[in-house]
Design a protein around this ligand. Sequence first.
Ligand code: IPM
Ligand code: MG
Length: 352
Amino acid sequence: MKLNIALLAGDGIGPEVINQAVKVSNAIAKKFNHQITWTSALTGAAAIDAVGEPYPDTTHEICMAADAVLFGAIGHPRFDNDPKAKVRPEQGLLKMRQKLGLYANVRPTFTFPSLIDNSPLKRERIEGTDIIILRELTGGIYFGARGRLDDGNTAFDTCTYTRAEVQRLAKLGFEMAMTRSKKLCCVDKANVLETSRLWRETVQDMEKDYPEVTVSYEFVDAVAMRLVQWPNSYDVLITENLFGDILTDEASVISGSMGLMPSASVGIHTSLYEPIHGSYPQAAGKDIANPLATVLSAAMMFEDAFGLKEEAELIREVVNKSLAEGVVTEDLAGKNKAYKTSEVGDWLAKNI
Ligand code: IPM
Ligand code: MG
């Protein structure tokens, strides 16, 4: 099969972790006789430095022409400490989501048997966790009108949702629930927010189309608590943009390391696969960052974008093997030998 993949390494540790996913993908291509064409493009602070903006049109064209986008990370401390900066790397990510129509962010959270004790949560609470948070990604407060009032001392951000936006996200949630345990949780704040009441009303109307799915409606503050208390009580959760941003970081704690969890963003145009962690600038260039979240994002890409399940399974299998055999970066090594980012990538490729 011919696979045309756009490669957006981005900032910080992005290029280092992306390189390992490329090694692993190339090993898969060799083994299963696929031809991958990688096309690199600039995003984030790297793009601001080169051409003055974080998601240049040339990058968008490359993404549109590709079958899938593999993405590293975005963000640079130079901008974080400057609230007055006019252009920020994160704007590139938001523009990319919007222009590619990536309205759904799929973030699985699961545990690795060999790493259960790395989680700050008790083994009996998290063992066997397998949940998916489906976050709306191109609406809500992230994209509503914002600004300052004349005196500069008052600021506002607005949250807007249309019924159609809720429907298309919820449809994915119902369909995903149908392929799993047929349990769906709609996370909102309908006791306070009008947008949440629209979410609840819309999802309630859709229930009749999926009679086999049991839907629960829960407030986001309660979910934030239950997610770490009894993650196993959930399966598929759907929620709006900002709630999803917060809950997905919280959920990553269950797996024991942010360096492990992959994600997919899907919607109207090309789908995008990326680790959920950020650009980890303190580690940039040191060859110490954990590449597994990016490698597992590549596995999601093989399976979801190209329908190559066996290839995806093999990647997951060698990742599990590397964890079981302790071929891991310093975040997971504990007192044992820590491998370099590039060494983990080489090991995975060799084992494929
Ligand atoms: C994420 C990140 C982004 C977000 C930032 C970098 C803009 O936190 O992908 O979760 O808030 O969506
Ligand atoms: Mg986030």
